[in-house]
Ligand binder design. Structure first.
Ligand code: ATP
Ligand code: MG
Length: 245
């Protein structure tokens, strides 16, 4: 009978996977310290948990993501997600190779700069995540980043994500919403709170899903953001197809 047994289950699993198009996400913001690497590491864990074979490509000369991968392997013995360092010049080849190897989600960690690396990463990506905090200085960098991305790629690919944002005397979240709106970029409904669990787990070579537990608030926020990015990608791809007709 069809639909029972191990073969049928693996068939269903393959079908579920096939239903999800491969996803490449670049993470960029001119400003350092806004949480690009933190989101890369944690979202990679959430995408793996959702059944995707996941690779992180670290394009930052600081090699924070690559070093995390090494630290993770030492601390936990875990080799996944694979984290590889590379340069913008070989990014296309790295992505092609990853696809040939069956990788279903690629997360690209970019340096805190508006440079050729971000340009090429954004061009290769299905979604460009722009993490941002919300102070005046953060908003100034967000404006520069969105200006750069509007020129470089279609803004419908860009998803601004509030990370560790706080309303303060110099304004805050409302101003970030307005800024995203001005550039026609989408602001993610999921916000990532300022929570030391993100840095504590990272220090132990673990994502927050492992470090604080999959049911913890910070882990659920990451999981929700991963699903939001997947949906955002699916909708953006559909809208793109409609425009081509
Ligand atoms: N939501 C959060 N809550 C608490 N701490 C956070 C959060 N997000 C990031 N951090 C902390 O902020 C610091 C900077 O984060 P991260 O290294 O991810 O930023 P980045 O944008 O990758 O910086 P760079 O451009 O220098 O690579 C780290 O110490 C990290 O643990
Ligand atoms: Mg970083």
């Amino acid at each position: 009978m069809r639909g029972t047994g191990r073969a049928a289950r693996s068939e269903q699993k393959a079908a579920r996977r096939a239903a999800k198009p491969p996803l490449t996400i670049a993470f960029g913001n001119q400003k350092g310290g806004v949480g690009k690497t933190t989101l890369v590491i944690n979202l990679a864990a959430a995408l793996m948990r959702g059944g995707r074979i996941t690779t992180v490509i670290d394009l930052d000369p600081q090699k924070s993501a690559e070093r995390y991968g090494e630290h993770r392997a030492q601390e936990t013995g875990e080799e996944a997600p694979v984290v590889v360092h590379g340069s913008a010049d070989n990014l296309k080849d790295m992505i092609e190779t990853a696809h040939l190897e069956g990788v279903e989600a690629i997360l690209i960690d970019c340096p805190g700069a508006l440079d050729r690396t971000l340009l090429l990463a954004a061009a290769c990506a299905d979604v460009v995540v722009v993490p941002t905090r919300s102070s005046l200085l953060d908003r100034n960098s967000l404006r520069d980043t969105l200006e750069f991305l509007v020129e470089a790629v279609k803004i419908h690919k860009c998803l601004v994500v509030l990370n560790a944002a706080r309303d303060g005397a110099d304004g805050g979240i409302r101003e970030v919403e307005d800024l995203a709106d001005t550039f026609g970029a989408v602001l993610a409904a999921t916000r990532i709170e300022d929570n030391r669990a993100y840095s504590v787990s990272l220090g132990k070579g673990r994502s927050v899903l492992e470090g604080a537990g999959a049911r913890s608030k910070p882990a659920r926020a990451i999981d929700q953001l991963a699903r939001e990015i997947e949906t955002f990608h699916e909708q953006a791809a559909k809208a793109h197809k409609r425009r081509q007709k």
